[in-house]
Ligand binder design. Sequence first.
Ligand SMILES: CC(=O)N[C@H]1[C@@H](OP(=O)(O)OP(=O)(O)OC[C@H]2O[C@@H](n3ccc(=O)[nH]c3=O)[C@H](O)[C@@H]2O)O[C@H](CO)[C@@H](O)[C@@H]1O
Ligand SMILES: C=C(OP(=O)(O)O)C(=O)O
Length: 444
Amino acid sequence: MPEPSPCSQVVVRPSGPLRGVVRAGGAKNSALKLMAACLLAEGRFVLRNVPRITDVGLMAEVLRAMGAEVVRQEPSGPDDPGDLVVTVPAALEPVAPMSLVAKMRASIVVLGPLLARCGWAVVGMPGGDDFGERPIDLHLEGLAAMGARFETAEGGGVAGTVPGRRLQGTTIRLAYPSHTVTDNLLMAATLAEGTTVIENAAREPEVQDLAAFLEAMGAEVRGAGTSRVVVRGARALRGASHRVVPDRVVTATFLAAVGMAGGEVRVADGRLAHMEMLVRKLRAMGLEVEGDAEGIWAAGRRRLRSVDVSTLPYPGVATDYKPFIVAMLSVAEGVGIVTENLFSGRFRYVEELRRMGADVRIEGHHAVVRGVPRLQGARVRATDLRAGAALVLAGLVAEGQTVVLDAQHVDRGYDDLVGKLRSLGAPVWREHPEGELAVAEAGW
Ligand SMILES: CC(=O)N[C@H]1[C@@H](OP(=O)(O)OP(=O)(O)OC[C@H]2O[C@@H](n3ccc(=O)[nH]c3=O)[C@H](O)[C@@H]2O)O[C@H](CO)[C@@H](O)[C@@H]1O
Ligand SMILES: C=C(OP(=O)(O)O)C(=O)O
């Protein structure tokens, strides 16, 4: 797999109103878990609508390192990224290489499936976006309650074993409804002996998507999408096919873009039911948003009004939307307060927005944003995935030229963000000063 260019950048000029139809594509935060779920069974898996993003490329490498084959099929048309076909052998090497795992938070979700299938596993400490401490204690506690034992692995990370080889179903009450902890335990429970009950489970749509895939593999899961998930363990599962749920964070990115630049845009695969709290806030800001069975339509006809927003676990306003919310508020009328309740350090991009003339003050886990009529173009740095996307949006409403450096972060979670924004009329393009291609553009 080619490495993404370390110094790729996005150049943005002031945009007129955006117009057109765009697709969000499949959700990163589901696709990565579905890929990990393939490890639960020997067989052939076909995953549709898997976005071409670097995290998918990394997860493919993780699976390959364990002995699986991962192949991207030719796309059948412009809206099809090409099926991802994963072939998992009878015998796996349940060791996730530290070098790969360190690059991606979601890699921790291989731990549950590996322990359940192989009875042991070694997984490095997961990396991901740098916005504060992201411990894995709840993953380990939950799997330990099912019988796994852990010690520190050579070179860091965790080595887990299951005495007696098979995890045991039990009732686990999560101290916090963590998304990936719920994913990990849900997957582990499908092969455990007896019934597992996960209380205070995460309710994200991607958890439901994972449960649907596991059911297609032969698992018995009830209550996914509620706070109480019940799984009856099976002796073995089988290969299956599944279409990944559309990405609500990518959808939100386009809604924020139309909120800031104005215009009228349809996100053809957007699901309003998956982002109701955010849409309520967007409407309160003055954006017109309507959803139907096929997608989400939004129109921005006037300058946005400020609102206060707090991030919360689903169905609350997701922390992943927050950089777009801060970017919108930075050009809205009035003062808005954004409170971060999940990741205390998720404000690093604010410094970059300030370089563009945004008036944002951080007080503890609150950002106080006083809207200005227009930002100023500047050279800014993407500190993480959503921060990078938010800076691109800010560039649409900035005087002069904005250059977003370290744009490779954006490729972790966006399949051609720049091309999609350009298709809506935004003057935005990608530059690779060293002439290298980013992985997303190279076909992942
Ligand atoms: C790959 C993936 O799906 N990533 C998403 C997932 O991350 P992720 O699942 O890592 O986020 P969590 O829901 O686990 O984290 C939420 C909170 O729980 C804490 N915590 C988590 C695990 C643990 O073992 N101990 C612990 O204390 C975290 O530090 C944080 O304060 O949900 C986040 C919150 O919606 C999103 O921002 C990420 O995009
Ligand atoms: C924070 C995110 O991802 P991850 O958990 O993979 O770091 C995100 O998708 O915004």
